[in-house]
Write a protein that binds this ligand. Structure first.
Ligand code: SAH
Length: 221
């Protein structure tokens, strides 16, 4: 599965390394991801063109906003590399495109919440453990498109994502940005029949394997 390779490689790169898909502008970056076949679905491509990554990186990192690598956002967290965001969105696009509702566990910078909305999600809900990062996600999203927050289509909640977000469940798609030691039971329970979850699982975060969890129409995983 290409996603496995991508995750393993992402974990290994150092801050100084940039993938060949890097660009000078957001459009440039997306064009290069398509060229390098890290981005294949036209709907995901269109969504990524509408979300400027620069709005989701720290001011000090703006010069590197269109590098295809993770960037620090404080509190030992990173905004994932664009090719990782592209892979996550391609895995989940079939569950989201038909106005699905999405949960983003460990929403960090808030970038994926904006991308899920751009992809056509009816609702995109983020849960973030670190209160300051939840505030960062909200202010980034406000700068990107305040109407998403004001209209309640995108929300950010501070809390432990392993409990999911029962008040907003069930979800058509769940993306987990934090490494789990096992597939989180509460999140499987909050997945709607027909839904899909992507979650990195491993005893050590640096060696996590990206798993895809599909629940069929009868609720069987
Ligand atoms: N998709 C995000 C990735 C952020 S890094 C982005 O690209 O910006 C992973 C995030 O998960 C961090 O912000 C971290 O604070 C958060 N996190 C870790 N454990 C968590 C938990 N149990 N519940 C919620 N968030 C968690």
């Amino acid at each position: 599965m290409p996603g496995l390779t991508r995750l393993a490689v992402t974990r290994l790169v150092t801050g100084a390394f940039a993938w060949s898909s890097s660009g000078k502008t957001n459009d440039d970056l997306v064009t290069n991801l398509v060229r390098d076949r890290r981005l294949k679905l036209p709907a995901v491509e269109a969504a990524l063109r509408r979300v400027d990554r620069k709005m989701f990186v720290l001011p000090a990192e703006r010069g590197a906003a269109y590098d295809d690598r993770p960037l620090g956002i404080g509190y030992s967290a990173t905004i994932s590399a664009p090719h990782m965001h592209a892979a996550a969105l391609e895995f989940l696009a079939p569950s989201i495109a038909e106005k699905g509702s999405v949960l983003d566990v460990g929403c960090g910078s808030g970038y994926l919440l904006a991308a899920f909305a751009a992809l056509g999600a009816r609702a995109a809900h983020g849960v973030e453990y670190a209160p300051d990062l939840a505030k960062l996600a909200e202010s980034n999203l406000r700068a990107h498109d305040a109407a998403l927050l004001d209209g309640g289509r995108v929300t950010v909640t501070t809390g432990d994502g392993w409990n999911g977000l029962p008040a907003k469940a069930p979800f058509d798609a769940i993306y987990v940005g934090a490494a789990a030691t096992s597939v989180p039971r509460a999140l499987v329970d909050q997945l709607r029949p027909g839904g899909r979850m992507v979650v990195p699982v491993g005893k050590q975060a640096s060696k996590a394997t990206l798993l895809r969890v599909d629940k069929d129409g009868a609720g069987v995983v």
